[in-house]
Design a binder for this molecule. Structure first.
Ligand SMILES: NC(=O)c1ccc[n+]([C@@H]2O[C@H](COP(=O)([O-])OP(=O)(O)OC[C@H]3O[C@@H](n4cnc5c(N)ncnc54)[C@H](OP(=O)(O)O)[C@@H]3O)[C@@H](O)[C@H]2O)c1
Length: 265
């Protein structure tokens, strides 16, 4: 059994039922955090909670939350507060993408994605700010390398992640004298439920590629959060590509992503 290093702290992780969020739950539990896991997949989260409680002797609370509804984030906050829990870490990780041409896609799922990927991040960060200020806590927002340039074939998704990155860096700056740190984790393509959900198995971005695991990305992201690093991009190639976008004309960057992402036969 691992000895807890940070007893009595509690982290809320959204999107903890699978992929990067589930792997982040392991990282926090290993470090001794008590956890609140939130997503819609209660059975998966309960199985994870049982495993983490057994392995790391931490308290894990599971809350069913649909965070793409108008009041989903506020309801989650109310449920956490009703249990008397004070957060030391907030992990805004729940999110998804959708692959395809904007002219052909349905509007309602795109608005729901924007609600989850952006509004929910703002609402939870706002509502839990008193907790985080009181505990000099940590915020970890899962953005993406999609945040650094426009993304043809995933136009709305890329734009939501630009929002998360910009928002995270701005409040990190505002909060710099408070003891609260904000980290934007910007993974490139990562093996998780994401590709199936986004229906992007035939995109050049992932087809036939060996992707890093969610566990690898989560371990690196957790360490970046503990260092208080504002923006963290796992993997040298992802980092180098993101940096190169700073010096690349926007039209060219957009064209590059279009080629890298296009549907393959
Ligand atoms: N995998 C990648 O290639 C990649 C790359 C860069 C960034 N990211 C970002 O990483 C984050 C985690 O994604 P992942 O890769 O781990 O994908 P994943 O395995 O599909 O996990 C997504 C998580 O979000 C939750 N979620 C989805 N809709 C939700 C809703 N309406 N309400 C509450 N929770 C919801 C899912 O839980 P339920 O379905 O149980 O609700 C699940 O736990 C996302 O923000 C994604 O944009 C992923």
């Amino acid at each position: 059994m691992t000895t807890p290093q940070t007893p009595h702290k509690t982290a809320l992780i959204t999107g903890a039922s699978s992929g990067i969020g589930k792997a982040l739950a392991h990282e926090f539990a290993r470090a001794g955090y008590h956890l609140v896991l939130a997503a819609r997949g209660v059975a998966k989260m309960q199985a994870l909670a049982d495993e983490l409680q057994r392995q790391f002797k931490v308290v894990v609370t599971v809350i069913c939350a649909d965070l793409e509804t108008d009041d989903g984030a506020a309801r989650l906050h109310a449920e956490v507060k009703a249990r008397g829990i004070v957060l030391s870490a907030l992990v805004n990780n729940a999110g998804y993408g959708a692959f395809g041409e904007f002219k052909d896609s349905a509007l309602a799922p795109e608005l729901a994605m924007m609600q989850l990927n952006m509004n929910t991040v703002v609402v939870l960060t706002k509502l839990f700010m008193p907790d985080l200020l009181a505990t000099r806590g940590k915020i970890l927002n899962t953005a993406s390398t999609a945040a650094f340039q426009p993304g043809p074939y995933m136009a709305v998704y890329y734009a939501t992640k630009s929002f998360v990155l910009s928002f995270s860096e701005a409040i990190a700056s505002e909060l710099e004298d408070t003891g609260v740190t904000v980290t934007a984790l910007c993974p490139g393509p990562t093996a998780s439920g994401f590709q199936d959900k986004a229906d992007m198995g035939h995109s050049a971005l992932v087809k036939g590629k060996k992707l890093p695991t969610s566990e690898e990305v989560a371990a690196l992201g957790y360490r970046a959060m503990q260092r208080g690093q504002r923006v963290y991009i796992p993997g040298f190639t992802n980092w180098a590509l993101a940096q190169s976008m700073r010096f690349t004309p926007r039209n060219l960057a957009t064209k590059m992503v279009k080629i890298l992402t296009k549907p393959l036969a």
